[in-house]
Design a protein around this ligand. Sequence first.
Ligand SMILES: Nc1ncnc2c1ncn2[C@@H]1O[C@H](COP(=O)(O)OP(=O)(O)O)[C@@H](O)[C@H]1O
Ligand SMILES: N[C@@H](CCOP(=O)(O)O)C(=O)O
Length: 316
Amino acid sequence: MSVFTPVTSEALADWLRRYAIGRLAQLQGISAGVQNSNFFVTTTLGRYVLTLFETIPRAELPFYLHLMAHLARHGLPVPAPIADRDNEYLGTLSGKPAVLVARLTGQSDMTPAPARCARVGAMLAGLHLAGLSYGRRQDNPRGAAWRSATAAQVRPFLPADEQGLLDAELAFQAAAAGEELPEGVIHADLFRDNILWDGEHIGGVIDFYFAGVDALLFDVAVTVNDWCTLPGGELDETRTRALLDAYHAERPFTAAERKAWPAMLRAAALRFWLSRAADFHLPREGELVLVKDPNEYRDILRLRARAVPPLVEAGR
Ligand SMILES: Nc1ncnc2c1ncn2[C@@H]1O[C@H](COP(=O)(O)OP(=O)(O)O)[C@@H](O)[C@H]1O
Ligand SMILES: N[C@@H](CCOP(=O)(O)O)C(=O)O
């Protein structure tokens, strides 16, 4: 559970006067998420999610908020940020940068069937295509430079065998960086808990606060590693095929991407092993704080270094 910064009903009711969305009816802390403080806010006019940003520098926030507005305008089920009476998305509450976004409907599915993986693949391709016309640029905050810096921070806390795994992977990734891959805006954290299902339709894609510009294939790898992994960490071939084929039908993978796929699955696994290890060994203070298991992604990383299914089946 993550609420790092408390918000009182009195302070929120006062803050809401800046908006045109009615009076506060209900405020509830959200028991999920690891990065920001989130609350469900119900007013006399609608239902919203309030996010207080805990770590992202204020100057970087317009990239995310305008991206969400851009994608929503392109018909994707992304929460539109709410502008205040001065036409600003970003405000300040409890001393933190704060935003209200539309609350979307649906529930996340932690045991998705192949058909849902296919929908996610198609939606991810749509998100990448819509992102091509987004005018702002900000690098992936969890890209290669962040991975090297975070590896140095967490390495002293790891046992010897994990230090060896980490060193070998960093060396492998440095050697694998080669041909240029198609780039664009990526979500970068499209886990099962960041998609809300409304029946068989995707009702919401949330949590854009790791988005940035990077290889589109990195986003595909992040998504496959979460949506298509069996409990022991191996890839489920049916779900993997469903997701990749549906993506490929919307944005065909290039030859360079096919070649880079095994290394990209490993880069994506490394990213989440590192962030979870950093959250575990270097925790932040908070009222309700959720820490996810780093070993899950350590094991996924080990397994992806063995055989993985091809990005595109032979003959397609
Ligand atoms: N726009 C939204 N509509 C509906 N529920 C949301 C929305 N945004 C967040 N949530 C809920 O809040 C939870 C935490 O949000 P998330 O963005 O994952 O947190 P964090 O920013 O800490 O990673 C989600 O799992 C979901 O239940
Ligand atoms: N998806 C990441 C952590 C980010 O948490 P989220 O709640 O914002 O998705 C992980 O699983 O490590």
